[in-house]
Design a binder for this molecule. Structure first.
Ligand code: NAD
Ligand code: K
Ligand code: MN
Length: 345
């Protein structure tokens, strides 16, 4: 590549505070990546309230035609149905076929020579499950009734399973836990479980990975009691969403957990957290999740050295403890943390 074109979609709330911070981190890596070109793109609930559209066609076209990758902030999706609105991030994952959501959850060890207490990757299927959003309400004999379709396909379960095996194979422990609830949902979760478990027989190199499986509720329980047992977890969309937010509590804050939405031909970094309306506008959002998402995006594109430099800078700032935002019991502002990280890159 002669240059790296990166779409920036801050969207709503603290997304507008943390995505600019991630941009400064990318700019700081210099010649470890091709010269970056940033393209500012719009989407989100605020854009919807002003312009009547949450995900403009232009944003989609520019991402598809001009960008090598992208960074997404967060959207403020209302909890109640708003006519004409649907979440742009859920739509983008489908439109760009970003079928895997990869969420590393790692605690920073106070001593860099010691292993982290928590060091896992939650691999979340990103295109189906209840997120196909086929809901309906009817009126039955005893009042209103609501139903939702939960789609699980062999194709999507197999490709997310392959991604999870690949990630597990590259890690020292090579351990994969398949998350499901097929004791109750034997047809849907049963298909997910079977599809993932069938992979090593077809791809013998994955036989080096040890495979365990666990019901989602007991997985949350064990996650809190003995997080060190997990290496890579693979889960259908909704369980993966919940598990990774829960795992974030173990490493101090949602404000430090990054992710990438990855497909076969595009990758989009995105902090796991939402738009955090409770702190938006104060300049105190933790930029670490977005900065790490930028690193993860670069890593996915093969720029390992640039990604390492960003991650090492973040680790050292977190260890030093001088520039921490209030979610980590500090008193630094977003820009102060970002500046401290940029200096160390
Ligand atoms: P949230 O992740 O926005 O916030 C949860 C809690 O974590 C809040 O107390 C918040 O202050 C804190 N927090 C989150 N990120 C932080 C950061 N970077 N620094 C410091 N503190 C941080 O979840 P929520 O409150 O349940 O949802 C708020 C809105 O975000 C909702 O409209 C929801 O739909 C949306 N949301 C969007 C996404 C996304 O864009 N993919 C994901 C989750 C939620
Ligand atoms: K987000
Ligand atoms: Mn979530």
């Amino acid at each position: 590549r002669k240059s790296l074109t990166i779409g920036l979609i801050p969207a709503d709330g603290i997304g507008k505070e943390v995505i600019p911070a991630a941009r400064t981190a990318i700019e700081a890596v210099g010649s470890d990546i091709p010269p970056p070109k940033f393209v500012d793109l719009v989407a989100g609930f605020e854009h919807f309230t002003r312009k009547g559209v949450a995900l403009p066609e232009e944003t989609i076209e520019v991402l598809k035609n001009d960008c090598d990758c992208a960074l997404f902030g967060s959207v403020s999706s209302p909890s109640k149905k708003v006519a004409g609105y649907s979440s742009p991030i859920v739509a983008l994952r489908k439109i760009l076929d970003l079928y895997a959501n990869i969420r590393p959850v790692v605690s920073v060890s106070p001593d860099p020579s010691k292993p982290s207490a928590v060091d896992m990757i939650v691999v979340r299927e990103n295109t189906e499950c209840l997120y196909v959003k086929q809901e309906q309400q009817t009126v039955g004999e005893h009042g209103r009734e609501a139903r939702a379709t939960r789609l699980i396909t062999e194709r999507a379960s197999t490709r997310i399973g392959q991604m999870a095996f690949e990630l597990a194979l590259a890690r020292p422990r090579k351990h994969l836990t398949v998350i499901h609830k097929s004791n109750v949902l034997s047809i849907t979760d049963g298909l997910f479980r079977e599809s993932v478990r069938a992979i090593p027989a077809k791809e013998p190199r994955f036989e080096a990975v040890t495979v365990a499986e666990q019901l989602v509720d007991s997985a949350v329980y064990r996650l809190f009691r003995e997080p060190q047992i997990y290496d890579v977890m693979v889960a259908p969309n909704l369980y993966g969403d919940i598990l990774s937010d829960a795992a974030a509590a173990l490493v101090g804050s949602l404000g430090v957990v990054p992710s990438v939405n990855a497909g076969d031909s595009f990758v989009m970094g995105e902090p796991v957290h939402g738009s955090a309306p409770d702190i938006y506008g104060q300049g105190i959002a933790n930029p670490v999740a977005s900065i790490r998402s930028a690193a993860l995006m670069l890593r996915h594109l093969g720029y390992t050295q640039a990604a390492d430099r960003i991650d090492n800078a973040v680790d050292s700032v977190l260890r030093e403890g001088q520039f921490l935002t209030p979610d980590l019991n500090g008193s630094a502002k977003t820009v102060q943390v970002a500046d401290a990280i940029v200096k160390r890159i």
